[in-house]
Ligand binder design. Sequence first.
Ligand code: FES
Length: 110
Amino acid sequence: MPQRQRYLFVCINQREDNHPKGSCTARGSEEVRVALKEQLAARGLAKLQARVCASSCLDQCSSGVCILVEPDHFFYGRVTAADVPEIVAGIASGQRVERLVLSADDLAAG
Ligand code: FES
């Protein structure tokens, strides 16, 4: 398979229910991952433009659901399945969804 322009690493880390950090899976990351894969494929973007990869913890737990976008090297945070169409449209147009991009303060909080 060819190298994609972008790789979207979706955290699907899971912790026990009462863990203080929570987890992206508890916040719905599996639903986000599946929706991303389906919608990228439906728009014909999965073969060349973007590959969705399941990831372990990206250490941005307080901002989950978290997605690391490479090689652009930024994080989307607090992503829900409702955000996926906008993210996919951004992949198609080459523009990121600024309202979902984690800030320096978000990153410092982890
Ligand atoms: S649990 Fe998803 S970033 Fe840590």
